[in-house]
Structures are given as structure tokens and as C-alpha cells.
Write a protein that binds this ligand. Structure first.
Ligand code: HEC
Length: 107
């Protein structure tokens, strides 16, 4: 958030007010302050590593290791970061087993 002018090769800069609001949201909802099981597991798997994406954590990789690569390239998924394509309740901060879509639809 402190260098949005250089955001993975894009200029993603926003107003100072938006930056403060989003930063406050991120800190308030970070894994460090969550009591949810998966936040704890993801945070634990980061350890001292310099990781900038959930999908780079050992925990995420292990949970998704059996999913064929082509599934993440499917037109309805597009990317590993598109959690919602497979976890329909993720926007509520939840990842429940019975809400994981059948990935056969993406094969
Ligand atoms: C292509 C579909 C797909 C995408 C995209 C995906 N997941 Fe998953 N995820 C799964 C499947 C399928 C499982 C269950 C794997 C198993 O149990 O073998 C799973 C398991 C999980 C689990 C463990 C759930 C449990 O009950 O053990 C977590 C946490 C999780 N995913 C988080 C995420 C997050 C966060 C993202 C986005 C950054 C994401 N996933 C993206 C398909 C996906």
C-alpha cells in the first residue's frame, strides 16, 4: 500500500483518503488479527518467508496440490487467485467443505 505507483508493473495509485481507508481495512482484517482456523494455518505456513500471495504459501500449495494445473487455466477460473471460482462462500470469509465446487466442471 505504500508503493502503489509500482504495483507489479502497474501504476495503481489512489487518493490518500482511499489509501488510508483500505490500509486500515487490511490491517483490521489481516490473518494476524483473525480467529479463523485457515487464517491461522496460512499465517503459520508463512513463517519468516517473504511471501506476497496466499497461493505461494506451503499451506495453500499443499491443500491444492491434487488439482491439475489446467483447472486453474479454465476460462471460468482464470487464475489461482480467483478463489471465488471454487469457494462460493469466500467473500464471507468462509471456506466450507460443502461450498467447494466440483472441479470436474473445470476439466
Ligand atoms: C480451481 C478451484 C480452486 C481455486 C481457484 C481455489 N481453491 Fe481452494 N480448494 C479447492 C479444492 C477442490 C479444495 C479441497 C482440496 C481437498 O480437500 O483435497 C480446496 C481447499 C482449500 C482450503 C482448505 C479447505 C479445507 O476444508 O481443508 C482452503 C483454506 C482454500 N482452498 C483456500 C483457497 C484460497 C484462499 C483460494 C484463492 C487464493 C483458493 N482456495 C482457490 C479448489 C480451489
Amino acid at each position: 500500500m505504500s508503493d502503489l505507483e509500482n504495483h507489479f508493473g502497474d501504476d495503481a495509485s489512489i487518493s490518500e483518503e482511499d489509501n488510508q481507508n483500505i490500509s486500515a481495512f487490511l490491517i483490521k482484517n489481516s490473518a494476524e488479527t483473525s480467529t479463523k482456523e485457515f487464517s491461522f494455518k496460512i499465517l503459520n505456513s508463512i513463517g519468516n518467508k517473504d511471501i506476497i500471495a496466499i497461493t505461494h504459501t506451503d499451506f495453500w500449495k499443499k491443500e491444492h496440490e491434487e488439482i491439475p494445473k489446467k483447472v486453474f487455466g479454465h476460462a471460468d477460473v482464470k487464475s489461482k487467485a480467483n478463489c471465488k471460482a471454487c469457494h462460493s462462500d469466500v467473500e464471507k470469509g468462509l471456506i466450507e467443505d460443502d461450498k467447494i465446487k466440483n472441479i470436474r466442471a473445470f476439466m
